[in-house]
Design a protein around this ligand. Sequence first.
Ligand code: SF4
Length: 231
Amino acid sequence: MNKIDFEGIFKKLNKWHENLCAAQNGVGGVRSNDPSVTTIAELYRSQPWAVLVSTILSLRTKDEVTIVASKRILKEAGSPELLLLMKEKEIEKLIYPVGFYRNKAASLKKIAQILLDQYNGKVPHTMEDLLSLPGVGRKTANLVLVEAFDKDALCVDIHVHRITNRLGWLKSKNPDETEMILRELMPVKYWKRINYLLVLYGQNLCRPVSPYCSKCVIKQHCECNGVDRSR
Ligand code: SF4
């Protein structure tokens, strides 16, 4: 494909996002439609423990469920120390019905213990250290680096993976591969923002099945790869 116009595409996506906020709230800039981890990060002022907990809960879970469950567990366990005082069953009860709540409760307990033993009770801020925690993959680690530490990390979830493939920016088999290609392809200044924008775009317009291409603000930049049916 021709040179990718990142500047133009991000400008259009940002404008689309502004309009979405204005339409949903009546006032531009208010963001009630934010993805779950961003919502929790804002509520807890980017506190790394809160961001890490909500990121783990968010895997395979709807935003609204993640937000409610995150608030419930963080009310009782606002730090790794407090979480360790709880029984695994209590944690399960508080985070239910997030996906894989039993595994996640077990991971959270193990993580809390590691943070106390190895990191002075703090969430680490490097990719390598985050990846060493149980239940933490690249997507989680990147999102924590962006939302809690404001680092230039590139979080690729299923929306970013699907949309960048459809746009024709790359051809890849899974989100981790997409991340590696995007790291080479996309200027660093866009890394932090791409997940936020494309998650919202994927939930609203570039849907997994039958995307709303007729309403798409970046249609002229899109090769629609793999799109059989659209609205
Ligand atoms: S044109 Fe269709 S497939 Fe391409 S980004 Fe827009 S909604 Fe997605």
